[in-house]
Design a protein around this ligand. Structure first.
Ligand SMILES: Nc1ncnc2c1ncn2[C@@H]1O[C@H](COP(=O)(O)OP(=O)(O)OP(=O)(O)O)[C@@H](O)[C@H]1O
Ligand SMILES: [Mg+2]
Length: 271
């Protein structure tokens, strides 16, 4: 094992190779140009946070990475090959939880294996430990309609993590959570991913979340989305402590705020 692969440190030196590369990707929907010539390299095992004004193409970018959409021009490369069709290495968490109403929390998590035609029994223990991690062990046998929106979203997070996807694509996954739960789950996510081989692309509108979780924060410009700024968050892991008032995070939060302001995120008039 090379020093790069030890995984002991999650700083930028620990990365080796690319999980995903976008080369001059433009995406149009009819007359709307959502993304314009986005070139981007996502190193393996990195945590990339994406910030940008509403409608600038963040969800579109994730859909391209998941292979759910294809570029109008340019290419999406996974392990050096052009992605065609669904990206089988990717797991997704959406803003809406998309749980199956007729399955319990535990069964929804284990559904990851069911859809792949794999036995779920070997993974029951891991599913339970993920439920414990997000404070929902007592609700393993509850159905989605018996859970609050925040609880459902935490189950969806467990479902995305249970099969250890190489690439985790998260589209405002904590948007439905109350502020306190949101911070707690973000801290959990930081410790889960700091100790894993996972590459994560995480879309959020929260500056604190982006900086606390990210090795890199990318700020997209208003539509058509382009990479407007890249901020390397040079804070060692595990981070654990939420960045409110924690001085080590403050300069990065200020930089991200300034970049978002420049990108038009705080303009009053919507295009
Ligand atoms: N399937 C689609 N068909 C047509 N237009 C689309 C489609 N998906 C996205 N768009 C358009 O592409 C642009 C970017 O949308 P996208 O959902 O990627 O933005 P976003 O950055 O995720 O916004 P938000 O922060 O509000 O979630 C928008 O103008 C949207 O209307
Ligand atoms: Mg979106």
């Amino acid at each position: 094992m090379s020093p790069n692969e030890s995984g002991a440190e999650a700083g930028s030196l620990a990365f080796s190779g690319s999980a995903l590369t976008l080369v001059d990707v433009t995406k149009r929907f009819g007359n709307v140009k959502a993304l314009d010539q986005v070139s981007l390299d996502i190193p393996k095992r990195s945590f990339v946070s994406l910030l940008g004004p509403s409608g600038c193409g963040k969800s579109t970018l994730l859909a391209l990475m998941a292979g759910l959409e294809s570029p109008s021009s340019g290419s999406v490369m996974v392990h050096g090959r052009e992605l065609r069709g669904a990206n089988s290495a990717a797991g997704m968490v959406f803003q809406k939880d998309l749980l199956l109403g007729w399955k319990t929390a535990l069964e929804n998590i284990l559904f990851q294996f069911e859809i792949r035609g794999l036995p779920s029994a070997p993974h029951v223990e891991r599913a339970h430990s993920l439920l414990t991690l997000v404070g929902l062990e007592a609700f393993a046998n509850s159905y989605p309609h018996e859970l609050s929106g925040g609880m459902r979203q935490r189950v969806a997070l467990c479902r995305a993590l249970v099969h250890e996807p190489e690439l985790l694509l998260m589209d405002e996954p904590f948007g439905a959570l109350d502020a306190i739960t949101r911070e707690k789950v973000a801290i959990d996510l930081e410790s889960i991913t700091a100790n894993s081989e996972k590459t994560v692309v995480f879309v959020t509108h929260s500056l604190e979340e982006a900086v606390f979780l990210g090795d890199v924060v990318l700020v997209l410009s208003a539509r058509p989305g382009r990479i407007a700024a890249r901020i390397d968050v040079d804070v060692p892991r595990p981070r654990r402590e939420w960045p409110r008032g924690v001085s080590v995070f403050t300069p990065y939060i200020d930089q991200a705020f300034a970049a978002l302001q420049q990108a038009g995120a705080y303009d009053h008039v919507e295009a």
